[in-house]
Design a protein around this ligand. Structure first.
Ligand code: 5CA
Length: 438
Protein backbone atom coordinates (compact mmCIF):
# COMPACT_ATOMS: atom_id res chain seq x y z
CA UNK A 1 0.00 0.00 0.00
CA UNK A 2 1.19 3.50 -0.86
CA UNK A 3 0.70 5.94 1.99
CA UNK A 4 -0.58 8.58 -0.45
CA UNK A 5 -3.45 6.23 -1.37
CA UNK A 6 -4.27 5.03 2.13
CA UNK A 7 -7.46 6.48 3.60
CA UNK A 8 -5.90 7.66 6.81
CA UNK A 9 -7.22 11.04 7.88
CA UNK A 10 -4.49 12.05 10.33
CA UNK A 11 -5.82 14.83 12.55
CA UNK A 12 -4.18 17.24 14.95
CA UNK A 13 -7.22 18.66 16.75
CA UNK A 14 -8.42 16.41 19.47
CA UNK A 15 -11.76 16.67 21.27
CA UNK A 16 -11.42 17.47 24.98
CA UNK A 17 -13.01 14.18 26.02
CA UNK A 18 -10.11 12.23 24.50
CA UNK A 19 -8.22 11.88 27.77
CA UNK A 20 -6.25 8.69 27.42
CA UNK A 21 -3.49 7.84 24.97
CA UNK A 22 -5.29 5.15 23.02
CA UNK A 23 -8.29 7.37 22.38
CA UNK A 24 -6.11 10.29 21.32
CA UNK A 25 -3.90 8.16 19.15
CA UNK A 26 -6.73 6.31 17.43
CA UNK A 27 -8.33 9.64 16.51
CA UNK A 28 -5.05 11.27 15.48
CA UNK A 29 -3.94 8.31 13.35
CA UNK A 30 -7.35 8.16 11.69
CA UNK A 31 -8.21 4.70 12.97
CA UNK A 32 -11.71 5.48 14.19
CA UNK A 33 -14.27 8.24 13.96
CA UNK A 34 -17.05 8.84 16.45
CA UNK A 35 -20.47 8.87 14.84
CA UNK A 36 -22.45 9.49 18.03
CA UNK A 37 -21.74 9.12 21.75
CA UNK A 38 -19.96 5.82 22.32
CA UNK A 39 -20.54 4.67 18.73
CA UNK A 40 -17.66 4.61 16.25
CA UNK A 41 -16.86 3.94 12.64
CA UNK A 42 -13.73 1.89 12.14
CA UNK A 43 -11.63 3.47 9.39
CA UNK A 44 -9.30 1.29 7.26
CA UNK A 45 -6.23 1.40 9.52
CA UNK A 46 -8.15 0.65 12.73
CA UNK A 47 -10.35 -1.90 11.00
CA UNK A 48 -7.34 -3.78 9.66
CA UNK A 49 -5.88 -4.08 13.15
CA UNK A 50 -9.18 -5.18 14.66
CA UNK A 51 -9.56 -7.86 11.97
CA UNK A 52 -6.10 -9.21 12.85
CA UNK A 53 -7.11 -9.43 16.51
CA UNK A 54 -10.33 -11.16 15.50
CA UNK A 55 -8.50 -13.73 13.37
CA UNK A 56 -6.14 -14.73 16.19
CA UNK A 57 -9.06 -15.03 18.62
CA UNK A 58 -10.90 -17.18 16.05
CA UNK A 59 -7.94 -19.48 15.39
CA UNK A 60 -7.43 -20.10 19.09
CA UNK A 61 -11.12 -20.82 19.65
CA UNK A 62 -11.08 -23.31 16.77
CA UNK A 63 -8.00 -24.99 18.22
CA UNK A 64 -9.87 -26.00 21.38
CA UNK A 65 -12.73 -27.38 19.32
CA UNK A 66 -15.12 -24.44 19.58
CA UNK A 67 -17.38 -24.03 16.53
CA UNK A 68 -18.18 -20.68 15.01
CA UNK A 69 -21.71 -19.59 14.20
CA UNK A 70 -23.33 -16.19 13.84
CA UNK A 71 -26.29 -14.93 15.81
CA UNK A 72 -28.04 -11.66 14.93
CA UNK A 73 -27.52 -8.33 16.70
CA UNK A 74 -31.28 -7.79 17.11
CA UNK A 75 -33.06 -10.20 19.45
CA UNK A 76 -36.62 -10.76 20.55
CA UNK A 77 -37.52 -9.66 24.10
CA UNK A 78 -39.43 -12.94 24.62
CA UNK A 79 -36.45 -15.10 25.54
CA UNK A 80 -35.16 -12.42 27.90
CA UNK A 81 -38.51 -12.44 29.65
CA UNK A 82 -38.22 -16.20 30.01
CA UNK A 83 -34.82 -15.94 31.72
CA UNK A 84 -35.98 -13.02 33.86
CA UNK A 85 -33.21 -10.72 32.64
CA UNK A 86 -35.45 -8.41 30.60
CA UNK A 87 -36.17 -6.36 33.71
CA UNK A 88 -32.85 -6.97 35.47
CA UNK A 89 -30.73 -5.60 32.64
CA UNK A 90 -32.24 -2.18 33.16
CA UNK A 91 -31.35 0.84 31.09
CA UNK A 92 -28.15 -0.63 29.76
CA UNK A 93 -30.26 -2.57 27.28
CA UNK A 94 -31.29 -0.79 24.10
CA UNK A 95 -34.95 -1.64 23.58
CA UNK A 96 -36.57 -1.33 20.18
CA UNK A 97 -40.07 -1.87 18.78
CA UNK A 98 -40.63 -3.18 15.27
CA UNK A 99 -43.51 -2.02 13.03
CA UNK A 100 -45.85 -4.64 14.53
CA UNK A 101 -45.12 -3.23 17.95
CA UNK A 102 -43.12 -6.31 18.97
CA UNK A 103 -40.52 -5.77 21.64
CA UNK A 104 -37.01 -6.28 20.35
CA UNK A 105 -33.58 -5.36 21.65
CA UNK A 106 -30.02 -4.90 20.45
CA UNK A 107 -28.16 -7.79 22.10
CA UNK A 108 -25.80 -6.88 24.96
CA UNK A 109 -24.81 -10.58 25.21
CA UNK A 110 -26.23 -13.89 23.98
CA UNK A 111 -26.85 -16.41 26.79
CA UNK A 112 -30.59 -16.48 26.11
CA UNK A 113 -30.39 -16.69 22.33
CA UNK A 114 -27.82 -19.49 22.28
CA UNK A 115 -29.87 -21.43 24.87
CA UNK A 116 -32.91 -21.02 22.66
CA UNK A 117 -31.00 -22.37 19.66
CA UNK A 118 -29.69 -25.24 21.73
CA UNK A 119 -32.96 -26.32 23.33
CA UNK A 120 -34.69 -26.65 19.98
CA UNK A 121 -31.85 -28.56 18.31
CA UNK A 122 -30.08 -30.82 20.80
CA UNK A 123 -32.00 -33.45 22.70
CA UNK A 124 -29.57 -36.17 23.66
CA UNK A 125 -26.50 -36.45 25.86
CA UNK A 126 -24.82 -38.07 22.85
CA UNK A 127 -24.39 -34.64 21.25
CA UNK A 128 -22.50 -33.27 24.22
CA UNK A 129 -20.24 -31.55 25.04
CA UNK A 130 -20.64 -28.54 22.75
CA UNK A 131 -18.67 -25.34 22.57
CA UNK A 132 -20.10 -22.65 20.29
CA UNK A 133 -19.00 -19.08 19.67
CA UNK A 134 -19.63 -16.08 17.50
CA UNK A 135 -17.92 -12.76 16.94
CA UNK A 136 -20.57 -10.10 16.72
CA UNK A 137 -21.39 -6.48 17.59
CA UNK A 138 -22.98 -5.86 20.97
CA UNK A 139 -24.74 -2.82 22.34
CA UNK A 140 -24.77 -1.65 25.95
CA UNK A 141 -26.15 1.75 26.74
CA UNK A 142 -23.35 2.52 29.22
CA UNK A 143 -24.07 5.38 31.64
CA UNK A 144 -20.69 6.92 30.98
CA UNK A 145 -19.15 5.81 27.69
CA UNK A 146 -15.51 6.90 27.74
CA UNK A 147 -11.96 6.19 26.63
CA UNK A 148 -12.99 5.88 22.98
CA UNK A 149 -13.60 2.30 21.93
CA UNK A 150 -12.49 0.96 25.31
CA UNK A 151 -15.76 1.68 27.07
CA UNK A 152 -18.22 2.43 24.33
CA UNK A 153 -21.81 1.53 23.58
CA UNK A 154 -21.40 -0.50 20.42
CA UNK A 155 -18.48 -2.92 20.57
CA UNK A 156 -17.22 -6.10 18.93
CA UNK A 157 -17.07 -9.17 21.15
CA UNK A 158 -16.22 -12.83 20.84
CA UNK A 159 -18.66 -14.70 23.03
CA UNK A 160 -18.54 -18.45 23.47
CA UNK A 161 -20.95 -20.78 25.25
CA UNK A 162 -20.35 -24.26 26.62
CA UNK A 163 -22.95 -26.98 27.13
CA UNK A 164 -22.22 -30.00 29.33
CA UNK A 165 -24.01 -32.76 31.17
CA UNK A 166 -22.34 -32.48 34.57
CA UNK A 167 -20.51 -29.92 36.68
CA UNK A 168 -17.34 -31.89 36.25
CA UNK A 169 -17.53 -31.88 32.45
CA UNK A 170 -18.45 -28.21 32.49
CA UNK A 171 -15.34 -27.40 34.52
CA UNK A 172 -13.28 -29.06 31.80
CA UNK A 173 -14.86 -26.76 29.20
CA UNK A 174 -14.16 -23.81 31.49
CA UNK A 175 -10.53 -24.82 31.89
CA UNK A 176 -10.07 -25.31 28.16
CA UNK A 177 -11.32 -21.81 27.61
CA UNK A 178 -9.04 -20.50 30.38
CA UNK A 179 -6.09 -22.14 28.62
CA UNK A 180 -7.15 -20.76 25.26
CA UNK A 181 -7.41 -17.23 26.66
CA UNK A 182 -3.88 -17.24 28.06
CA UNK A 183 -2.63 -18.52 24.71
CA UNK A 184 -4.67 -15.98 22.73
CA UNK A 185 -3.34 -13.02 24.72
CA UNK A 186 0.23 -14.32 24.44
CA UNK A 187 -0.16 -14.53 20.68
CA UNK A 188 -1.55 -11.00 20.59
CA UNK A 189 1.67 -9.85 22.27
CA UNK A 190 -0.19 -8.88 25.45
CA UNK A 191 0.53 -9.98 28.98
CA UNK A 192 -2.76 -10.96 30.56
CA UNK A 193 -3.30 -11.89 34.19
CA UNK A 194 -6.25 -14.12 35.05
CA UNK A 195 -8.00 -13.08 38.25
CA UNK A 196 -10.83 -14.64 40.18
CA UNK A 197 -13.78 -12.27 39.72
CA UNK A 198 -17.33 -11.47 40.72
CA UNK A 199 -19.96 -12.62 38.27
CA UNK A 200 -22.16 -9.48 38.11
CA UNK A 201 -25.30 -9.55 35.95
CA UNK A 202 -24.20 -12.71 34.09
CA UNK A 203 -24.46 -14.70 37.34
CA UNK A 204 -22.87 -17.97 38.44
CA UNK A 205 -20.31 -19.19 40.92
CA UNK A 206 -16.98 -19.36 39.07
CA UNK A 207 -15.52 -16.52 37.09
CA UNK A 208 -12.20 -15.06 35.94
CA UNK A 209 -11.29 -11.76 34.42
CA UNK A 210 -8.28 -11.45 32.13
CA UNK A 211 -6.52 -8.19 32.72
CA UNK A 212 -3.64 -6.64 30.83
CA UNK A 213 -1.24 -4.25 32.48
CA UNK A 214 -1.49 -0.59 31.53
CA UNK A 215 -1.06 2.55 33.61
CA UNK A 216 -4.32 3.96 32.29
CA UNK A 217 -6.47 0.95 33.12
CA UNK A 218 -9.72 1.23 35.05
CA UNK A 219 -8.86 -1.28 37.75
CA UNK A 220 -5.98 -1.10 40.22
CA UNK A 221 -4.15 -4.43 40.38
CA UNK A 222 -1.63 -6.08 42.65
CA UNK A 223 0.18 -9.17 41.46
CA UNK A 224 3.22 -11.36 41.66
CA UNK A 225 5.11 -11.10 38.38
CA UNK A 226 6.01 -14.79 38.50
CA UNK A 227 2.53 -15.37 37.09
CA UNK A 228 4.06 -14.61 33.66
CA UNK A 229 6.56 -17.47 34.05
CA UNK A 230 3.93 -20.22 33.92
CA UNK A 231 4.61 -22.20 30.76
CA UNK A 232 1.43 -23.45 29.06
CA UNK A 233 3.34 -26.19 27.25
CA UNK A 234 3.60 -28.05 30.55
CA UNK A 235 -0.08 -28.98 30.41
CA UNK A 236 -2.01 -31.35 28.22
CA UNK A 237 -5.75 -31.46 27.58
CA UNK A 238 -6.61 -34.05 30.21
CA UNK A 239 -9.04 -33.04 32.97
CA UNK A 240 -6.39 -33.36 35.60
CA UNK A 241 -3.72 -31.41 33.78
CA UNK A 242 -6.01 -28.49 32.94
CA UNK A 243 -7.30 -28.35 36.52
CA UNK A 244 -3.69 -28.25 37.68
CA UNK A 245 -3.03 -25.37 35.27
CA UNK A 246 -5.86 -23.30 36.75
CA UNK A 247 -4.65 -24.12 40.26
CA UNK A 248 -1.12 -23.04 39.32
CA UNK A 249 -2.39 -19.69 38.08
CA UNK A 250 -4.65 -19.28 41.11
CA UNK A 251 -1.83 -20.02 43.55
CA UNK A 252 0.05 -16.88 42.48
CA UNK A 253 -1.05 -13.64 44.05
CA UNK A 254 -3.14 -11.44 41.72
CA UNK A 255 -6.06 -9.30 42.90
CA UNK A 256 -7.89 -6.09 42.12
CA UNK A 257 -8.53 -3.24 44.55
CA UNK A 258 -11.54 -4.77 46.31
CA UNK A 259 -9.66 -7.84 47.44
CA UNK A 260 -6.32 -6.16 48.19
CA UNK A 261 -4.73 -6.66 51.58
CA UNK A 262 -1.37 -4.92 51.92
CA UNK A 263 -0.07 -7.10 54.75
CA UNK A 264 -0.86 -10.28 52.88
CA UNK A 265 0.70 -8.92 49.69
CA UNK A 266 3.96 -8.03 51.47
CA UNK A 267 4.03 -11.36 53.20
CA UNK A 268 3.33 -13.50 50.14
CA UNK A 269 5.18 -11.61 47.41
CA UNK A 270 8.83 -10.60 47.54
CA UNK A 271 9.40 -6.88 46.95
CA UNK A 272 11.20 -7.46 43.62
CA UNK A 273 8.28 -9.53 42.30
CA UNK A 274 5.53 -7.10 43.24
CA UNK A 275 3.50 -5.51 40.47
CA UNK A 276 1.34 -2.56 41.47
CA UNK A 277 -0.27 -1.00 38.48
CA UNK A 278 -3.52 -0.56 36.66
CA UNK A 279 -5.14 -2.97 34.29
CA UNK A 280 -7.68 -3.27 31.50
CA UNK A 281 -10.17 -6.13 31.40
CA UNK A 282 -9.95 -7.73 27.96
CA UNK A 283 -11.74 -10.98 28.70
CA UNK A 284 -14.17 -12.46 31.19
CA UNK A 285 -15.29 -16.06 31.64
CA UNK A 286 -18.19 -17.42 33.68
CA UNK A 287 -19.47 -20.76 34.84
CA UNK A 288 -23.13 -20.55 35.86
CA UNK A 289 -24.45 -24.12 35.66
CA UNK A 290 -28.19 -24.16 34.94
CA UNK A 291 -28.93 -20.48 35.57
CA UNK A 292 -30.30 -20.07 32.02
CA UNK A 293 -31.00 -23.64 30.98
CA UNK A 294 -33.52 -24.12 33.83
CA UNK A 295 -35.82 -21.15 33.25
CA UNK A 296 -35.53 -21.60 29.48
CA UNK A 297 -36.22 -25.30 29.82
CA UNK A 298 -33.13 -26.41 27.95
CA UNK A 299 -33.20 -30.08 28.99
CA UNK A 300 -31.46 -33.12 27.72
CA UNK A 301 -32.09 -36.87 27.98
CA UNK A 302 -29.26 -38.28 30.08
CA UNK A 303 -27.94 -41.80 29.74
CA UNK A 304 -30.23 -43.11 32.51
CA UNK A 305 -33.28 -41.57 30.85
CA UNK A 306 -33.60 -38.66 33.28
CA UNK A 307 -34.12 -35.14 32.00
CA UNK A 308 -31.29 -32.83 33.03
CA UNK A 309 -30.92 -29.06 32.68
CA UNK A 310 -27.68 -28.39 30.84
CA UNK A 311 -24.67 -26.95 32.61
CA UNK A 312 -23.48 -23.83 30.85
CA UNK A 313 -20.66 -21.34 30.85
CA UNK A 314 -20.04 -18.18 28.83
CA UNK A 315 -16.75 -16.71 27.73
CA UNK A 316 -16.18 -13.20 26.36
CA UNK A 317 -13.26 -11.40 24.75
CA UNK A 318 -13.49 -7.70 23.93
CA UNK A 319 -12.12 -7.85 20.38
CA UNK A 320 -12.54 -4.13 19.67
CA UNK A 321 -11.40 -3.14 23.18
CA UNK A 322 -8.14 -5.05 22.63
CA UNK A 323 -7.14 -2.60 19.89
CA UNK A 324 -7.21 0.25 22.43
CA UNK A 325 -5.73 -1.89 25.19
CA UNK A 326 -2.77 -2.84 22.97
CA UNK A 327 -2.07 0.86 22.49
CA UNK A 328 -2.27 1.56 26.23
CA UNK A 329 0.15 -1.29 26.90
CA UNK A 330 2.67 -0.34 24.19
CA UNK A 331 2.61 3.44 23.68
CA UNK A 332 5.67 5.02 25.26
CA UNK A 333 7.38 8.40 24.89
CA UNK A 334 5.20 9.40 21.94
CA UNK A 335 6.02 6.23 20.04
CA UNK A 336 3.45 3.53 19.29
CA UNK A 337 4.84 0.11 18.45
CA UNK A 338 2.23 -2.48 17.54
CA UNK A 339 2.90 -6.08 18.57
CA UNK A 340 3.95 -7.86 15.37
CA UNK A 341 0.94 -10.16 15.31
CA UNK A 342 -1.55 -7.28 14.98
CA UNK A 343 0.57 -4.54 13.37
CA UNK A 344 -1.26 -2.82 10.51
CA UNK A 345 1.75 -3.47 8.21
CA UNK A 346 4.87 -5.62 8.59
CA UNK A 347 7.25 -2.84 7.55
CA UNK A 348 7.23 0.73 6.24
CA UNK A 349 9.67 2.07 3.66
CA UNK A 350 10.52 5.72 4.26
CA UNK A 351 12.47 7.25 1.36
CA UNK A 352 13.63 10.84 1.39
CA UNK A 353 11.93 12.50 -1.54
CA UNK A 354 12.57 15.88 -3.05
CA UNK A 355 10.82 17.59 -5.94
CA UNK A 356 13.80 17.53 -8.28
CA UNK A 357 15.06 14.11 -7.30
CA UNK A 358 12.57 11.29 -7.69
CA UNK A 359 15.33 8.72 -8.07
CA UNK A 360 15.16 7.72 -4.43
CA UNK A 361 11.43 7.05 -4.71
CA UNK A 362 12.11 4.80 -7.72
CA UNK A 363 14.62 2.82 -5.63
CA UNK A 364 12.09 2.55 -2.83
CA UNK A 365 9.45 1.25 -5.24
CA UNK A 366 11.89 -1.48 -6.29
CA UNK A 367 12.42 -2.54 -2.67
CA UNK A 368 8.65 -2.35 -2.14
CA UNK A 369 7.93 -4.68 -5.06
CA UNK A 370 10.58 -7.13 -3.97
CA UNK A 371 9.10 -7.37 -0.47
CA UNK A 372 5.55 -7.64 -1.83
CA UNK A 373 6.63 -10.65 -3.87
CA UNK A 374 7.56 -12.35 -0.60
CA UNK A 375 4.04 -11.74 0.74
CA UNK A 376 5.32 -9.14 3.16
CA UNK A 377 2.71 -6.47 3.90
CA UNK A 378 4.57 -3.24 3.11
CA UNK A 379 3.61 0.40 3.46
CA UNK A 380 5.53 2.81 1.23
CA UNK A 381 5.66 6.40 2.39
CA UNK A 382 5.60 8.08 -1.02
CA UNK A 383 4.40 11.41 0.38
CA UNK A 384 6.52 14.44 -0.49
CA UNK A 385 7.30 15.67 2.99
CA UNK A 386 10.44 16.29 5.07
CA UNK A 387 11.95 13.34 6.91
CA UNK A 388 11.36 14.67 10.40
CA UNK A 389 7.62 14.99 9.78
CA UNK A 390 7.61 11.52 8.27
CA UNK A 391 9.25 10.03 11.33
CA UNK A 392 6.74 11.72 13.61
CA UNK A 393 3.91 10.30 11.56
CA UNK A 394 5.33 6.78 11.68
CA UNK A 395 5.89 6.99 15.42
CA UNK A 396 2.13 7.47 15.53
CA UNK A 397 1.10 4.77 13.06
CA UNK A 398 3.36 2.30 14.85
CA UNK A 399 4.50 -0.09 12.08
CA UNK A 400 7.18 -2.00 14.04
CA UNK A 401 9.92 -2.00 11.35
CA UNK A 402 11.19 0.75 9.09
CA UNK A 403 13.46 0.78 6.04
CA UNK A 404 14.88 4.26 5.80
CA UNK A 405 16.14 5.28 2.38
CA UNK A 406 18.18 8.39 2.81
CA UNK A 407 21.71 9.04 1.68
CA UNK A 408 23.18 6.07 3.56
CA UNK A 409 21.11 3.28 1.99
CA UNK A 410 22.45 1.70 -1.20
CA UNK A 411 20.49 -0.83 -3.25
CA UNK A 412 21.68 -3.80 -1.25
CA UNK A 413 22.63 -2.28 2.06
CA UNK A 414 19.70 -0.58 3.67
CA UNK A 415 19.05 1.32 6.88
CA UNK A 416 16.75 -0.91 8.87
CA UNK A 417 15.21 0.09 12.15
CA UNK A 418 12.98 -1.56 14.69
CA UNK A 419 10.92 1.13 16.45
CA UNK A 420 12.54 2.18 19.73
CA UNK A 421 15.90 0.65 18.70
CA UNK A 422 18.99 1.80 16.83
CA UNK A 423 19.30 1.80 13.04
CA UNK A 424 21.26 -1.14 11.58
CA UNK A 425 22.66 -1.50 8.07
CA UNK A 426 21.15 -4.64 6.56
CA UNK A 427 21.15 -6.51 3.27
CA UNK A 428 17.89 -7.12 1.43
CA UNK A 429 18.20 -10.87 2.03
CA UNK A 430 18.51 -10.42 5.76
CA UNK A 431 15.59 -7.97 5.85
CA UNK A 432 13.40 -10.45 3.98
CA UNK A 433 14.19 -13.31 6.30
CA UNK A 434 13.70 -11.14 9.38
CA UNK A 435 10.30 -9.95 8.22
CA UNK A 436 9.15 -13.41 7.20
CA UNK A 437 9.81 -14.75 10.68
CA UNK A 438 6.71 -13.36 12.32
N1 5CA B 1 -21.74 -12.91 28.40
C1 5CA B 1 -20.48 -12.65 29.03
C2 5CA B 1 -19.40 -13.50 28.47
S1 5CA B 1 -19.63 -13.85 26.80
C3 5CA B 1 -20.16 -11.18 28.94
O1 5CA B 1 -20.85 -10.43 28.30
N2 5CA B 1 -19.07 -10.78 29.59
S2 5CA B 1 -18.60 -9.27 29.77
O2 5CA B 1 -19.67 -8.42 30.10
O3 5CA B 1 -17.53 -9.29 30.72
O4 5CA B 1 -18.00 -8.78 28.42
C4 5CA B 1 -16.94 -9.48 27.79
C5 5CA B 1 -15.84 -8.54 27.35
O5 5CA B 1 -16.37 -7.56 26.46
C6 5CA B 1 -15.21 -7.74 28.46
O6 5CA B 1 -14.19 -8.46 29.10
C7 5CA B 1 -14.65 -6.54 27.71
O7 5CA B 1 -13.38 -6.84 27.19
C8 5CA B 1 -15.64 -6.35 26.59
N3 5CA B 1 -16.58 -5.23 26.90
C9 5CA B 1 -17.60 -5.23 27.78
N4 5CA B 1 -18.22 -4.03 27.81
C10 5CA B 1 -17.58 -3.24 26.91
C11 5CA B 1 -17.76 -1.90 26.46
N5 5CA B 1 -18.73 -1.11 26.95
N6 5CA B 1 -16.91 -1.42 25.51
C12 5CA B 1 -15.96 -2.21 25.00
N7 5CA B 1 -15.74 -3.48 25.36
C13 5CA B 1 -16.54 -4.00 26.31
Amino acid sequence: MYLSKLFIPITKDLPSEAKIKSHQLMLRAGMIKQSSTGIYSWLPLGFKIMKKVEQIVRQEQNLIGAQELLMPTIQSAEIWKESGRYQDYGEEMLRIKDRQGREMLYGPTNEELITDIFRSSIKSYKSLPQLLYHIQWKFRDEVRPRFGIMRCREFYMKDAYSFDLSDEEAKLSYNKMFYSYIKTFNRLGLKAIPMAADTGPIGGDLSHEFIILAETGESQIYADKRIFDIDLDKYDFSKRSLEKMREDFSSIYAVTDEKFDEKKFDKLVKKENQIKTKGIEVGHIFYFGDKYSKPLNCMIDAQDGKKIALKMGSYGIGVSRIVGAAIEANYKDNVMKWPKAIAPFDVVIIPSISKNNKENLQKAIKVYNELKEQNIDVLLDDVDENMSNKFKKHDLIGVPYQIIMGSKSSSNNLEFKELNSEIEMMSMEKIKSKLKKK
